[in-house]
Write a new protein. Sequence first.
Length: 113
Amino acid sequence: MDNDWKKRLGVVYSTNPDFKYQTSEASEPDTLEPGKQHLIVTIDRRQRAGKQVTLVKGFVGKSEDLAALGKALKVKCGVGGTAKDGEISVQGDLRDKVTALLTAMGYNAKRGN
């Protein structure tokens, strides 16, 4: 698996026999404790066929912790949603409920628009 050619597309060939190709791994930042997180809870209707989605933005940390927080919010609200790209989306207009849940968990959450 060390010689996977798909990871090296676009790389110029080297004639040096000692050349070792190294990829740059983007490391995720460590998850801040809940008291230091500054989360903004907003609503979004764009590109969703008029459906309302509550967005939680501003999470700093690992994607596993983001997914765990998203799952906790979805379970407590009783709706679906997703957690990816550093934000959590919860189906429906639940800004007040999500803000209350986050502050009860110890996060610094603020209701946007």
